[in-house]
Write a protein that binds this ligand. Structure first.
Ligand SMILES: [Zn+2]
Length: 232
């Protein structure tokens, strides 16, 4: 690797380790104008099925805690975009079959469903790694123009979370919404690991969870998304 790239990766590691923890209250300034978007915190990415990842399951307690504290501050908008695939989904050409509609894999994780205010959840099915293409997210945004702060959590940092957070940021940029904020707490998002050796055995593409999590957090920050270590 070029020295320049090595220096960048060293910087990137330090950048991630020095991300600030930010009080949740400083983000939820107006609860009625704040929403949490939880991406793919479903059983098929946490505990069961071919794409379940312990790294992803590990963020569930943080997200549950965040939901509860946001609710306590008065937040009532909880959007959950979730893979809900057809059995012959085109995406299964790139990823093993997962999260088919009607299966346990496509269900919201129990820890979120157990929250006493889970009846407020707006579950938005999706059929790709995009939360916005061909889903009810855009109609929801259009019908809630006052909402100007989004906290994005879930998985995977480099796939569906990245797509969702970038969509919200870019849409606001296009619409000239200067006070629109997209906030991503690093401890509320995660991605999976596929070591090179395992990938070679499976004939799959390898995937380094630590590195890709870091690189995509950086890319979101580069684009004006507020990436913080946590919302305390
Ligand atoms: Zn999928």
């Amino acid at each position: 690797m070029k020295p320049q790239s090595t220096a960048f990766l060293e910087w990137l590691t330090r950048w991630e380790s020095e991300l600030p923890a930010v009080p949740l209250e400083s983000v939820v300034r107006e609860p009625t104008r704040t929403a949490i978007l939880s991406v793919d915190l479903i059983k098929g990415f946490c505990t069961i099925g071919p794409l379940a990842s312990p790294r992803v399951a590990g963020i569930v307690p943080n997200v549950v805690h965040l939901f509860q504290r946001a609710y306590d501050l008065g937040v009532r908008h909880f959007l959950l975009t979730q893979d809900t695939h057809d059995p012959d989904s085109v995406e299964f050409g790139a990823f093993p079959a997962h999260c088919v509609a009607g299966t346990a894999e496509s269900e919201t994780v129990d820890e979120l469903r157990a929250l006493p205010f889970s009846d407020l959840f707006v579950v938005i099915p999706k059929k790709s790694i995009s939360s916005s293409i061909g889903t009810e997210l855009v109609p929801w945004l259009d019908s809630h123009p006052a909402v100007n702060t989004f906290i994005v959590v879930g998985d995977c940092t480099d796939l569906c979370v990245y797509q969702a957070a970038m969509f919200l940021r870019l849409r606001a940029n296009v619409q000239g919404l200067r006070d629109f904020r997209v906030v991503v707490p690093a401890d509320g998002v995660q991605t999976y690991d596929m070591p090179v050796e395992t990938a070679l055995q499976l004939g799959a593409l390898p995937h380094d969870g630590d590195l890709l999590h870091r690189v995509f957090l950086y890319s979101m920050a580069l684009n004006g998304i507020e990436v913080v270590a946590s919302l305390t």
